[in-house]
Design a protein around this ligand. Structure first.
Ligand code: SF4
Length: 470
């Protein structure tokens, strides 16, 4: 069984039974914001995440801002996703025994595709007297053949406690925890959350011999400028609003999982427009997804698995097999598609458009419109993408009949307000061969609305068309 895409889903729960100093909810002082918690609909989430909509089997990662398993509906959400045939991973502090037990009671075919990321928060487990509960719950997972990993955040306060921590893991007959790099998120630098020099920090945490930690160090702090498949192989989802962004590092919205539920979701790579100083979640984006080609990187199973002293492994065979591959093993873009996508995304991210990307965009539009006999168009959306397409259409003799945009306040000459557009869209097919829809975040919704009002009119949604480039 293969994983074609990764969905990183933010669960809207800010409550937690622990209070870790390095947790980003604490860093942003959100732990008392119960008003931010929201109830989710398991039925709607199940409907949104069918394998048809995700264009193949995906790994859906569920991670709360606080403790993921607190919301009453979480078990139903997890079950629904597994029933859909998806892989599911859950980030948890592994202290809510009743929820862990409910996962353990699921049918084998579902447990085979379930992966639990148990975050080991040593100081809080001691303070709350939940250390044994944590390890008992891990044991429940293991005995019920659910894949898990144990990881610990590389926080300065834990360095001096190395011996106590290792003694506990040994006494529990457990393999040592993997180490997750800590990061400061109160600003956009995403630097390490440490007061030590980088070498001292690395030296301290290398003592756990964690492939997860080593892999993160290999790319930490390096700005990426290559073509990145985030947005295609991996996306970030806010489960409350449904907004789907290309990357959780400041990537822009490319859709909403709760809209157009009868259609497959649309994906589009971010290209060479990475918005962040460094790829700080590279262990997923590179390790599991393979978002950037030709970067030597550990596979996800190498970073998640461990062998216990008794020889048992943390990952069961189905998860281990799936994690040993990358999403990029199953989907890559042609050079032409990369150029077109990079052109569109450079415009979307307000970056300059490379000459070759502009030329590819022009050739693509020319070929598409001439194949379909389109000689005149209405441009819907006149941001940077709309403006670039106007220039392209002028250069290939496609007549732009009207330009429609929310920013147009008065219909004059070529420009038309959205109100006027919607008032006469029903007979627009007599004035133009097609409408070109350029907004990326809600293009499909606009297309469906136009088609509802005028089924005779050809509508080309740019983001949708990108899916068809081979
Ligand atoms: S390089 Fe990393 S951080 Fe940047 S867009 Fe790609 S996956 Fe996201």
């Amino acid at each position: 069984m293969n994983i074609k895409r990764f969905f990183n889903c933010a669960v809207p729960v800010y409550s937690c039974n622990l209070k870790c100093s390095y947790c980003f909810v604490g860093q942003k002082d959100l732990s008392n914001r119960k008003d931010l918690n929201a109830t989710l609909s398991p039925e709607l989430i199940k409907q949104a995440f069918t394998t048809e909509r995700t264009r193949g089997r995906a790994l859906i990662n569920l991670c709360g801002m606080g403790e993921t398993l607190i919301p009453a509906e979480m078990i139903d959400i997890i079950r629904g996703l597994l029933e859909n045939g998806q892989f599911v991973s859950v980030v948890t502090n592994c202290t809510l025994t009743n929820k862990i037990m409910q996962l353990c009671e699921m049918e084998k075919q579902y447990k085979d595709r379930l992966f639990i990321k148990c975050s080991f928060h040593y100081e809080e487990l001691i303070r709350t007297n939940l250390l044994d509960v944590f390890f008992d719950n891990v044991q429940w997972l293991r005995e019920n053949k659910i894949s898990y990993t144990i990881e610990m955040v590389a926080n300065d306060s834990l360095i001096s406690k190395e011996k106590q921590i290792k003694d506990i893991f040994q006494s529990k007959n457990e393999a040592m925890p993997h180490i997750l790099e800590s990061r400061y998120i109160a600003d956009d630098s995403f630097r390490r959350l440490t007061n030590l020099k980088a070498e001292d920090h690395q030296q301290a945490w290398e003592k756990y011999d964690s492939e997860l930690f080593r892999a993160q160090q290999s790319l930490w702090g390096e700005k990426r400028s290559e073509f990145c498949m985030a947005g295609e192989l991996s996306v970030d989802v806010d489960l409350k609003s449904g907004c789907m962004a290309q990357c959780n590092t400041g990537g822009k919205q490319i859709g909403n999982i709760y809209e157009n539920l009868d259609d497959p979701m649309e994906f589009c790579a971010i290209g060479s427009n990475c918005p962040t100083p460094h790829c700080f979640i590279s262990y997923v984006w590179q390790g599991l997804c393979g978002n950037i080609e030709n970067i030597p990187y550990a596979t996800y199973d190498e970073m998640r698995n461990r062998k216990r002293p008794d020889g048992q492994e943390w990952l069961t065979p189905v998860i281990k097999g799936a994690f040993s591959k990358r999403c990029s093993d199953y989907l890559t873009y042609s050079e032409q598609k990369k150029q077109v996508v990079n052109g569109i995304m450079s415009l979307y991210y307000d970056n300059s458009v490379p000459e070759e990307a502009y030329m590819a965009l022009k050739e693509w539009m020319d070929e598409k419109l001439s194949n379909e006999g389109i000689r005149s168009v209405v441009l819907y959306g006149f941001g940077r993408i709309g403006k670039a397409l106007k220039e392209v259409f002028d250069s290939i003799d496609i007549k732009v009949v009207k330009i429609v945009d929310r920013s147009v306040k008065e219909s004059v000459g070529l420009y038309e307000t959205t109100d006027i557009f919607w008032s006469h869209v029903a007979d627009l097919h007599s004035k133009a061969d097609a409408v070109i829809v350029t907004p990326i975040s809600d293009g499909q919704g606009i297309k469906e609305k136009i088609t509802d009002k005028n089924p005779y009119l050809k509508v080309i949604n740019i983001l949708e068309e990108i899916q068809y480039i081979v």
